[in-house]
Design a protein around this ligand. Structure first.
Ligand code: UDP
Ligand code: MG
Length: 321
């Protein structure tokens, strides 16, 4: 019988683990879906991992791991994928904002041959205005940069084992899970869902962390910012041709003295363009530097008793004595 794996990244979610585990268990058992749950505690500073261990002790189909520090949700998702053994994998938030009620539909589509089932938000849930604005800006920029409509997409999706293996084989460290499933292709279906309210605790995203996420994803998924540097260069060349002609004409007609304002403006504009370009190039160099170092995406410090074998090559389980 086919097994469904569920990956749940969790950062400081001690209040959510037990509740989410039992809600999912109930929903899946009701549907007669054979499952496993993989909780990844992303270097939580509260009792998240203890909660995971407790859940694993109660239900052998639950397993989990703890990171040595906070590596971010992307790393959590990939570590989770690495630990799964099921024929299909669903990634979802562990605060139940992604409704478990949608899982049976995703499962059904998978059984009918879909290899990727994207969860599409039909609303954005209840969020603060600041969060809405920054998230809105974030998705607009992202959609432009990677030429895919990211506005309604989310990390809530089902992937066939084939697709999971493709994603896990990618050598890059700076991943953007949400867009990578688009990039990978495969037979894709979509499922609409309504974003629920967070069960316990609060959102882990601040305005700045979202902006940092946007920039890092934009540079890891698109080279458009680099092409913008070229565009800025072309604009300043056009501008300088016009000014050069004007300056020469003035010089030849003998009225070339009061050009001081122009000089200051030119220095400012060109200086600004140069700095901005260097900054953009710098971002890519930083990305290249990080990739070249070849460090693992995450480090696992602990796992629940029912996890065996190598985990992602980043960490090896000691042979038990
Ligand atoms: N999360 C994570 N690492 C982080 C931040 C968040 O694993 O550094 C997890 C978090 O525990 C949750 C999911 O990612 O399961 C979504 O986070 P959150 O609910 O804070 O974001 P929002 O739903 O507000 O976008
Ligand atoms: Mg949430």
């Amino acid at each position: 019988m086919a097994v469904l794996s569920i990956v749940l990244p969790a950062y400081n979610e001690e209040q959510n683990i037990a509740n989410t585990a039992s809600v999912l268990d109930q929903a899946l058992t009701e549907q007669g879906i054979d499952y496993e749950m993989v909780f990844i505690s992303d270097g939580s500073r509260d009792g998240t991992f203890q909660e995971i261990q407790k859940a694993a002790a109660e239900n052998s189909r639950i397993k989990g791991a703890e990171f040595s520090r906070n590596f971010g949700k992307e790393a959590g998702i990939f570590a989770g994928l690495e630990l799964t053994t099921g024929d299909a994998v669903i990634v979802m938030d562990c605060d139940l904002q992604h409704p478990p009620a949608v899982i049976p539909r995703m499962w059904e589509l998978w059984q009918q041959g879909a290899e990727v089932v994207e969860g599409i938000k039909s609303n954005r849930g209840k969020e603060s205005l600041a969060h809405k604005l920054s998230a809105g800006l974030f998705y607009r920029i992202m959609s432009k940069l990677i030429k895919m409509d990211m506005n309604a997409s989310s990390d809530f999706k089902l992937l066939d084992r084939k697709v999971v293996d493709v994603l896990l084989a990618l050598p890059e460290r700076n991943t953007f899970f949400r867009a990578l499933s688009f990039w990978a292709g495969f037979r894709t279906e979509t499922v609409q869902y309504e974003v629920q309210e967070r069960q316990f605790g609060q959102s882990k995203w601040s305005f700045w962390s979202l902006m940092k996420y946007a920039i890092s994803n934009a540079t890891s998924f698109s080279t458009l910012p680099l092409q913008m540097v070229t565009v800025m260069g072309v604009i300043s060349i056009l501008f300088s041709v016009i000014l050069a002609i004007q300056t020469l004409v003035k010089f030849l007609t003998g009225t070339a003295v009061e050009g001081f304002t122009t000089v200051i403006l030119l220095i400012l504009i060109i200086g600004g363009f140069l700095m901005l370009s260097l900054g953009i190039i710098g971002h890519y160099i930083a990305r290249i530097y990080e990739e070249v170092k070849g460090r693992p995406k995450y480090i696992i410090s602990r796992v629940t008793g029912n996890v065996h074998g190598d985990v992602a090559g980043a960490w090896k389980r000691r042979p038990s004595r």
